[in-house]
Design a protein around this ligand. Sequence first.
Ligand code: FPP
Length: 254
Amino acid sequence: MEKKRTPRHVAIIMDGNGRWAQARGLDRTEGHAEGARAVRDAVETAARIGIEYLTLYAFSNANWQRPRAEVEALMRLLVDFARRERAELRAQGIRTVVIGQLEELPTATRQAVEDLMAYTADGQQMTLSLALSYGGRQDIVEAARALAVRARAGLVLPEEIDVDFFHREMSTSRLPDVDLLIRTGGETRVSDFLLFEAAYAELCFLDLMWPDFRPATLVECVERYGAKERRFGRTSAQVQSASGRAFDPIDQGL
Ligand code: FPP
């Protein structure tokens, strides 16, 4: 019997909290609070169904432009999440890491997230990666800048720089490529999320708002992913004949 394919790395753009709240006559921040509850269920489900890496777009570097009260509410929710969930995350073997610019966060939030990372550092079941003050283009530009500095100092040869080498400079260096990228909220764009890492990701756009995301929704997305053929630039016949053999699109230059 053919083994069902589970994506190794799932990334989620959790959009629609504000609209979910507004549709109920609530403040946008109540949508974020409900969104945080959906985060909890999504993390637990992802670990249970064998996803190894789950990356959540919790706060983009563009989100700093939101009204101050909303930014503050989001920062508080992150503190609450980090404190409330850490024992459970550790018990479930879920290690938490951060991509983006943790140093940009207010001290209390940064501290709570750092504590969470330290407390869950030994988790082996799944890696939960929180994108905080994250921007995909910024991450690429910073890696390029770091390499340029090292090249100028003679520590790197330009011809040494390939995809893997470049990726090692990014804040996602310890995460594998994204297999499945999910976005809730009805929009069909990637909004500066994992631009480099999701190069071959399957995309799953959902009309529902993030607070309505349920464990069954994740299972459904993963099943849809399992039914897709990933060709990494090759033909279907090539993929079929190579199935069973290890295939690395990067090694193949595709
Ligand atoms: C986008 O919805 C969502 C965000 C900017 C924040 C996501 C945050 C959470 C889900 C809760 C906190 C996170 C964790 C990890 C505990 P939106 O506000 O843009 O919604 P809209 O498009 O309907 O306005």
